[in-house]
Design a protein around this ligand. Sequence first.
Ligand code: NAD
Length: 298
Amino acid sequence: MNYKNITIAGSGVLGYQIAFQTAFHGFQVTVYDINDEVLEKAKAKFLPMSEAFKKDLNATQVQLDKTFVNLKYTSDLKEAVKDADLVIESVPENPTIKIGFYENLAKVAPEKTIFATNSSTMIPSQFAESTGRPSHFLALHFANSIWKHNTAEIMGHAGTDPKVFEDVVAFAKAIGMLALPLKKEQPGYIINSMLVPFFNSATDLLIKEIADPETIDKTWMKATGSPTGPFAMLDVVGITTLYNVVKMAADKTNDPVKIKTVAYLKENFIDKNKLGLSTGEGFYKYPNPAYKEADFLK
Ligand code: NAD
C-alpha cells in the first residue's frame, strides 16, 4: 500500500471523524462536501475533536498541529480527487445520493483512485456499476467515535480486486484501526449482524412482558460478565435508531411483536423526547444510570 493522498467525501457525523483520524496518522487529506458553508461547519468541529484526541489518546499539541496542516478543504469534486489514491465516501445513507455521487466521481477521478464506501446498511455490489471501476471499489466501514471505537470492517463485493482489498486493510491499520476483513458481502457487516438480532431479542422479551429492562440487563451482565446489558447499550446507540430499525422490520414483515414494539417506543420514548444518553433519559436516567450503581447486581 503506497497511498498518500486521501479524499473524504461528505463531512457529516462520520466523514469529519474519518478525515481527522486519517490526517492525524500523517496522510494528506482533502475534505470534500457539497458547498463551502457545510465545509466551514466541519472545520469548526475539528477543534473539539482535537480536544478529544488529547483527552482520550494523550495526543500532543505537536501531533495535532501537524494534523491540521494535513487537512485541506474543497467543494469542487474534480479538484478534491485530482491526485487521490483513495476516496472514502461518507455521503448520506440514501441510495439515490450515493449513486449520483459515484457517477460524478467516476467522471473526474484519476484511473489510480480506489473508491471505498462507509455505508452502514447497504452493500458495495449495489453501487459497483455506478463507480465505473467495480474492481477498485469496496466498503470500508467505521464506527462512530472512530478514535475510541477504532474498528474498520473491510468488505469487498464479488468483483473487488484482492490486491485492492489487501491495500485497504493495510491502510486501515495505518490510520490506527483494528482492521476486520470480511470474506464475503454481508448486509450489516459483522457488528450489526450480531447487534441487531441481540437488540431484537431483548426488545421482544420486553414487549412480550417476559421481564423488565433492568432484569434483562442484569441477566446479561451477571451471566456473561459484560459491563452493560442490551438496554444500557441501546441508550448509547440512541432510541431513534432503534425505532427506525424496528419500524423498517415491522413494515416489511407485519410481525405483531414488531408492530407493538414500534407503538411502545413511540409512545414511551420518541414522543417524550427520551432518546437515550443524548437527552439524559432512555431506558435509564443519566448521568447516574441504575446499572452503574454498586448494588445493581446484588
Ligand atoms: P451525515 O448526514 O451526518 O453527513 C453526510 C454529509 O454528506 C453531509 O455533510 C452532507 O452535506 C454531505 N453530502 C450530501 N450529499 C453529498 C454529495 N453528493 N457529495 C458529497 N457530500 C455530500 O451522515 P453520516 O451519519 O456521517 O453518514 C454518512 C455515511 O456514513 C452513511 O453511509 C452512513 O451509513 C455511514 N455511517 C454512519 C455512522 C453514524 O454513526 N452516523 C456510522 C458508520 C457509518
